[in-house]
Ligand binder design. Structure first.
Ligand SMILES: NC(=O)c1ccc[n+]([C@@H]2O[C@H](COP(=O)([O-])OP(=O)(O)OC[C@H]3O[C@@H](n4cnc5c(N)ncnc54)[C@H](O)[C@@H]3O)[C@@H](O)[C@H]2O)c1
Length: 373
């Protein structure tokens, strides 16, 4: 019996050839994953099966001249998962991020995804994943728009005008056919203006750029938040239009009313429970909370001002019809999405299947016969 193992390598152009930029398809894939999350047919890292991932934390200084030291957005991160259903594979997203990359003309982070056989561990497909990761991140608020947004939503606000929010918008717009206007907000007017110009050119929408957050939010039915941590983002509840859907893909703070007077819908309650567990294990709860998207919410839960996570709503159960989603047009909903390896595995597996069918990618040999047995 042959023990030869080959796997497929997909470059970024290969992933484009296989349709990674075809936005609506990935919204469907991510919706399917939310159903599996709600059923529990998945595993992520750590003993609680729900860790976001494991990173290398760089020290502030080091006696070793070659050792990387801490810097803006500088980290290495591994995000492993098993995903069930029709996927039934293991995989890992592995990336390095360093804000200094941009001065070299490179993206801030460089990402790859590896899909493995769940039994043998053999690699099946290794791929360039910068687009994949942005796509799965953008498709997630689009699933929220599909299930939690008001159907008559006409105005979309974009808070933070980087590549991640561009991906969010590209996917959200596929689920919001009545949107006519986009209001773009960034610390830098040129970035907000470039986003508004792109949305006008790409989708024929009215585009308005601003550096005033209340102005950006006041008429918005859909709000996509994906700003970086350059400057803390603070949202007052009074700036939000009644009935809006606010989708947090990046961090935001707010007054207590922002969280307590809205309905909060989570991407996966167990992930947030794992974050809280990790915060308490770290010995610096406040410091840990400050670094994660759900931090302001966990603080209010700990203070008894918001329902416990276990009593809250996750979008998977809304999709499966087990929990109510939007109950009225006046309800303001905040959707919190932190990013999970299961989505990278799902999109990676989908690309792998397409590569097999279409003969795209490069076959690489692991071995003809393993040297060590
Ligand atoms: N949830 C997920 O799965 C997921 C995945 C990837 C990235 N992210 C997050 O998405 C966010 C955006 O990522 P990116 O790669 O596009 O970042 P980026 O740095 O390329 O762009 C972010 C933009 O936000 C702007 N910004 C920063 N602080 C702001 C503020 N206070 N007000 C207004 N604008 C502000 C910056 O000027 C910049 O234009 C980051 O917070 C990142 O961590 C989340």
């Amino acid at each position: 019996m042959s023990h030869k193992i080959e796997f497929i390598y997909l470059s970024e152009p290969d992933t484009i050839k296989l349709g990674i930029t075809d936005a609506p398809a990935w919204v469907d894939v991510c919706e399917e994953v939310f159903g599996l999350l709600a059923k529990g047919d998945y595993l992520m890292g750590g003993p609680n099966h729900n860790s976001h991932g494991m990173g290398i934390i760089f020290p502030k200084e080091s006696p070793f001249p070659n050792m990387p030291v801490a810097g803006p957005d500088r980290r290495f991160f591994a995000m492993p998962a098993y995903l069930g259903g029709r996927f039934d594979v293991c995989g890992n997203k592995w990336y390095g991020s360093n804000a200094a990359n941009t001065a070299k003309g490179l993206p801030r982070s460089i990402l790859t995804v590896l899909i493995n056989d769940k039994d043998t561990g053999a690699p099946l497909c290794h791929m360039s994943a910068n687009i994949l990761s942005a796509v799965r991140t953008g498709a997630i608020p689009a699933v929220a728009t599909r299930h939690l947004g008001r159907k008559d939503s006409e105005v979309c606000a974009v808070v933070g005008c980087g590549p991640i929010n561009k991906s969010c918008f590209r996917h959200i717009i596929t689920q919001a056919p009545n949107v006519k206007k986009v209001i773009t907000y960034d610390l830098f007017l040129d970035k907000a203006q470039a986003f508004a110009d792109w949305a006008k050119a790409e989708y024929g929408l009215e585009g308005v750029a601003t550096t005033e957050l209340p102005e950006a939010l006041k008429d918005a039915d859909l709000v996509s938040v994906a700003a970086s941590r350059l400057k803390p983002l603070h949202i007052e509840s009074s700036w939000i239009k009644k009935g809006a859907l606010v989708m947090l893909t990046g961090p935001a703070k707010g007054d207590d009313d922002l969280w307590t007077k809205s309905k909060i819908v989570y991407d996966n309650i167990k992930l947030h429970e794992a974050y809280v567990e990790e915060a308490y294990a770290s010995g610096d709860v406040a410091g840990y909370y400050a670094g994660v998207i759900g931090g302001p919410i966990y603080t209010l839960i700990d203070a008894g001002k918001l329902p416990k996570l276990e009593d809250s709503t996750d979008i998977g159960n809304v999709i499966l019809g087990n929990k109510p989603g939007r109950t009225s047009d006046d309800e303001t909903i905040i959707f919190v999405a932190c990013g999970m390896a299961v989505f990278d595995v799902a999109c990676g597996y989908e690309l792998y299947q397409r590569a097999l069918k279409q003969g795209v990618g490069q076959k690489l040999l692991l071995w003809d016969e393993p040297y060590l047995k």
